[in-house]
Ligand binder design. Structure first.
Ligand code: AHM
Ligand code: MG
Length: 311
């Protein structure tokens, strides 16, 4: 019988001295909230929650009804559990300060909004820091995501490797299905929105993508970061959301998207860079700051950095 998440966390307490009861409670709370979100996602077409909520968020992007619902579920549960000192969401303008000390949580409640209405995988991404969310990603105490795909999976790192749990719909438990996620050193897939090719601001990037084509790589791009990173984590290769003429710092947000994913990728043996430095070394200046993202297997990321450095 596979180990449930709550049991796994208590088992790890002895080898990970930073894993205290507060953090365990917080992680369990996030997991519980994502089960509720998974339930809503599964029956979205029946609940009348598909489509736009008729407003734009702080980033100027259209908010979907399910974005709002997922955001409310997470904020409520984090407030109620009393273990989060700061709560920051992609959908909310300001950081909610609850207390001075404790665990600060940043999350993207439902990533991949454009895929909600067409029943394509979407996800929830979270990042946990001690006391303040405005710290470099390297200092995250835990990070992870839940992918609402054919299976619902929770992929997580506590700073010592990456583990994955699969939601068992019968028992309602996240069960340990992948005790050690290690990504391949080199893959066969690249993932980038190539429709933006002419807008990319780095000529080396265009040459890098051409070189992958020559090496018979295949292209996969879902347009949900969670799904694209999940595949990259398990199969290797590279995922890129670069700076372009429209999004001059890229599109993805440092605190909710880039940092937690970079943490997971590094913990699984891969690399994650902005093109200038490791994502995890970026010192955040603003809550909703964006960064270019280049992440994946070491071989492809190093190659990409060579190409974009010789623009
Ligand atoms: P969202 O958080 O509003 O859903 O936006 C982020 C998403 C990512 O999941 C994905 O990698 C990216 O936007 C896709 O953007 P594009 O449609 O420009 O390729
Ligand atoms: Mg997102």
């Amino acid at each position: 019988m596979a180990v449930p998440l709550s049991v796994y966390l208590f088992q790890k307490k002895e080898e990970m001295e930073w894993l205290d009861d507060e953090l365990i409670l917080l992680l369990n709370e996030i997991a519980t909230a994502t089960k509720e979100i998974a339930g809503k996602v599964r029956k979205a077409g029946l609940l009348g929650v598909l489509g736009s909520a008729g407003k734009v968020n702080v980033q100027g992007e259209e908010v979907q009804k399910l974005d709002e619902l997922a955001n409310e579920i997470l904020i409520e549960s984090l407030k109620n559990c009393g273990k989060a000192c700061q709560i920051t969401s992609e959908e909310v303008e300001d950081c909610l300060i609850v207390s001075e000390k404790g665990y600060a949580v940043a999350f993207d409640p439902l990533d991949g909004s454009s895929n909600i209405d067409v029943n394509v995988s979407i996800g929830t991404i979270f990042s946990i820091q001690k006391d303040s969310i405005m710290k470099p990603g390297r200092e995250q105490v835990a990070a992870g995501y839940v992918i609402y795909g054919p299976s619902t999976m929770l992929v997580m790192s506590l700073g010592r490797g990456v583990v994955a749990f699969t939601l068992d719909p019968e028992s309602g438990n996240y069960l340990l299905s992948h005790p050690e996620v290690k990504m391949p050193e080199k893959g066969k897939i690249y993932s980038i929105n190539e429709a933006n090719r002419n807008k990319w601001t780095n000529e080396g990037l265009r040459r890098f993508v051409d070189s992958l084509k020559e090496e018979k790589y295949t292209l996969r791009y879902v347009g949900s970061m969670v799904a694209d990173v999940h595949r990259t984590l398990f199969k290797g290769g590279i995922f890129i959301y670069p700076a372009d003429k429209k999004n001059t710092s890229g599109k993805l947000r440092l605190l909710y998207e880039a940092n937690p994913m970079a943490f997971l990728i590094e913990q699984a043996g891969g690399m994650a860079s902005t093109g200038e430095k490791p994502i995890l070394e970026v010192v955040p200046k603003e809550l909703h700051q964006r960064v270019p993202v280049i992440l994946g297997s070491k071989w492809e990321v190093e190659k990409c950095l060579e190409f974009i450095g010789q623009e």
